[in-house]
Design a protein around this ligand. Structure first.
Ligand code: FAD
Length: 457
C-alpha cells in the first residue's frame, strides 16, 4: 500500500516538529515518520539553550542585541568558515521563529551568555514542553499524521526527482509519496558507528551521550543521491561532562564561563577557559587521561542558575557530581592532585589577575568572549567538577542551501529533497555558538515548511 501526502517529514525532534507544525499552519497535509516510539530525538536531552537576537526578553534585561550583531558573531564563531547564505537565512528568520514559539506558549526563562555572543542570547527553555506544544498544535489541525516506529530507509526517485521514501515499520516495507517534497530531519550521527569511526575517532575518548535513533540514516539517503557534505572535518565532542553519566541524563557543566579554572591531573591549567567548549576540547584531549577538574570557589558557585541544567551547581552538588572542600589541600587530596602544585597554580592565577587584570598564562581576561568578570579563586568552600569529553552533537553533515534544498557534489539541488537540523552541515564551521544547534533545527525546520508549503493555502 502507498500512502500519499503533500510533505513527508522524517524525524520528530526540533527540526522535524518545527517543519511539521509550520507546514500544517500553511495548509499542507503532512506525514511525519519517527524511527523510535516517541518524539524528542536528541532535542529532549539538550540543555535547550536557543540562540535568538533582538528579543523582547533581551530588551527587558537591557541587552541591545540585533540580527546584524548576531550575524557578525556567527561569522566570528565559525572563524569565517560558516556558509554566509545559511548564516544570513538564520539571522533573517530567527526572530519570526522566536515570536511564533512564544505565541504558541513556549516559555523562555533565562538568557545566558556563552562564547562569541556580544550580548547574552542563549534563551533557555524546557525541551519536551516545547516539542509537545509543536506536536499538539500540529495535530489539532487535523492535517498531520504521525507514524512512530517507522524509519526512512531509501529515497523513491522518479525522473531524477525524489517523490517519497521507502520506509520500514517493524519488518513491513512501505512507500510513502509526497507531492511537494521530502524533508529529512533525522538528527546527527552520534550512534552511527560507521560515521563515527570514519570521521571522529577521537569521539570515543570520553563519554557518549545522545539519541540512540541518530545513526545517520538521513545522511545515507542524501549520500545515495550524490549529496555534498560540509564541516565533517570540524566534528568534535565538547569538554563538559562528568565522567559518570547515566543513559537518560547528561551531566554537563561549564562553570568556567562563570569564572572557574580548569586543571589537569598534574594540577596545572592547560587552556584558556573562555574558549568555546568545542575548541577547548583540543587541549583537554592532550592531557593525561583526557580529564580536567573545574575548580569553583564560593563566588563562582554562587553564580549557579537553579533549573538550568548546565549551570545548576547546587543540584550537581546535591547529587554528588560536584564535590565541596573546605581547603585547597582537602580538594587536592580528594582528587589525588599534588597540593603544592595546585596551590602554586591558583596563586599564580590570582596574583596575575591582581597585578595585570588578566590571566597571563593563557590570556584569559574575561569569563566568556569579551565579557564576564574573572575573579581570583580565593574564597572557601571550593567545589570540583571532574570533566571529560562528551560526544553529544555532530555539528556537520549534508550541504543545503538557504531554502533547505539538499545540494549535490556538483552544486545543484537534488530535486524534491530537503534536509534540516543536526544532519546538515555548513552552519557552525570551525567553531560553535551555544544555542545554534537547537536554533538551527527550529529555524531551518520552519524555513523548509515555508519553502514547501508556502504556496498551498
Ligand atoms: C546533552 C546535549 C545537550 C545539548 N545542548 C544543546 C543546547 O543547549 N543548545 C543547542 O543549541 N543544542 C544543544 N544540543 C544539540 C541539539 O540538542 C541538537 O543538535 C538538536 O536538538 C537536534 O535536533 P534535530 O531535530 O535535528 O534532531 P533530533 O532531535 O535528534 O531528532 C532526530 C529524530 O530523527 C529520528 N530518526 C533518525 N533516523 C530516522 C529515520 N531513518 N526515520 C525516521 N526518523 C529517524 C530520531 O529517532 C530522532 O527522534 C545538545 C545535545 C545534547 C545531546
Amino acid at each position: 500500500m502507498t500512502m500519499q501526502c503533500d510533505l513527508l517529514i522524517a524525524g520528530a525532534g526540533a527540526a522535524g516538529l518545527a517543519a511539521a507544525a509550520r507546514a500544517v499552519e500553511l495548509g499542507a497535509n503532512v506525514v511525519l515518520i519517527e524511527k523510535t516510539a516517541a518524539i524528542g530525538g536528541a532535542t529532549q536531552y539538550s540543555a535547550s539553550f536557543v540562540t535568538f537576537a533582538g528579543t523582547e526578553h533581551q530588551e527587558r534585561l537591557g541587552y541591545p542585541d540585533n540580527g546584524d550583531i548576531l550575524y557578525d558573531d556567527l561569522v566570528r564563531s565559525s572563524n569565517g568558515t560558516g556558509d554566509p547564505e545559511l548564516l544570513r537565512a538564520y539571522v533573517e528568520n530567527q526572530l519570526d521563529v522566536y515570536h511564533w514559539l512564544v505565541k504558541k506558549g513556549v516559555v523562555f526563562k533565562d538568557v545566558v551568555h556563552f562564547p562569541y555572543q556580544t550580548w547574552p542570547r542563549a534563551h533557555h527553555t524546557e525541551p519536551m514542553p516545547m516539542l509537545e506544544t509543536l506536536l499538539r498544535d500540529a495535530q489539532a489541525s487535523g492535517k498531520l499524521k504521525v507514524l512512530f516506529d517507522c524509519a526512512a530507509t531509501r529515497p523513491l526517485v522518479e525522473n531524477g526527482r525524489v517523490v517519497g521514501l521507502e520506509v520500514l515499520s517493524g519488518d513491513q516495507k512501505q512507500d510513502i509519496r509526497a507531492t511537494k517534497g521530502v524533508v529529512l530531519a533525522t538528527g546527527g550521527f552520534g550512534w552511527g558507528e560507521d560515521f563515527v569511526s570514519t570521521f571522529v575517532p577521537n569521539a570515543l575518548k570520553g563519554v557518549r551521550f545522545g539519541h540512540r535513533g541518530n545513526t545517520g540514516d538521513g545522511l545515507r539517503i542524501c549520500m545515495s543521491l550524490g549529496a555534498d557534505m560540509r564541516d565533517m572535518g570540524f566534528v568534535k565532542g565538547t569538554f563538559a561532562s562528568h565522567p559518570v553519566v547515566g543513559p537518560e541524563r547528561h551531566e554537563m557543566v561549564h562553570a568556567y564561563y562563570d569564572g572557574a579554572i580548569v586543571v589537569n591531573k598534574l594540577a596545572r591549567r592547560f587552556m584558556d577557559e573562555s574558549l568555546s567548549y568545542k575548541l577547548n576540547l583540543d587541549y583537554a584531549l592532550l592531557q593525561p587521561d583526557h580529564i580536567g577538574y573545574q575548580i569553583l570557589d564560593a563566588k563562582v558557585f554562587a553564580k549557579g542558575l537553579p533549573g538550568v541544567s548546565t549551570n545548576d551547581y547546587e543540584d550537581y552538588h546535591r547529587r554528588g557530581k560536584m564535590t565541596r572542600h573546605e581547603t585547597l589541600e582537602e580538594l587536592a587530596s580528594a582528587y589525588d592532585l599534588d597540593p603544592v602544585e595546585l596551590r602554586r597554580t591558583i596563586e599564580t592565577y590570582n596574583s596575575d589577575l591582581a597585578e595585570f587584570g588578566y590571566d597571563r598564562s593563557w590570556g584569559r581576561a574575561h569569563a566568556v568572549t569579551g565579557s564576564g568578570e574573572v575573579t581570583p579563586i580565593d574564597t572557601a568552600p571550593y567545589y570540583v567538577f571532574p570533566t571529560v569529553q562528551v560526544f553529544a552533537s555532530t555539528f556537520a553533515g549534508i550541504r543545503i542551501d538557504s531554502k533547505t534544498r539538499v545540494v549535490n557534489v556538483y552544486g545543484e539541488p537534488v530535486q524534491g529533497l530537503y534536509a534540516v537540523g543536526e544532519m546538515t552541515g555548513g552552519f557552525h564551521g570551525h567553531g560553535y555558538m551555544t544555542g545554534t544547534s537547537v536554533g538551527k533545527s527550529l529555524v531551518f525546520g520552519y524555513i523548509a515548511a515555508e519553502t514547501l508549503a508556502g504556496d498551498i493555502s
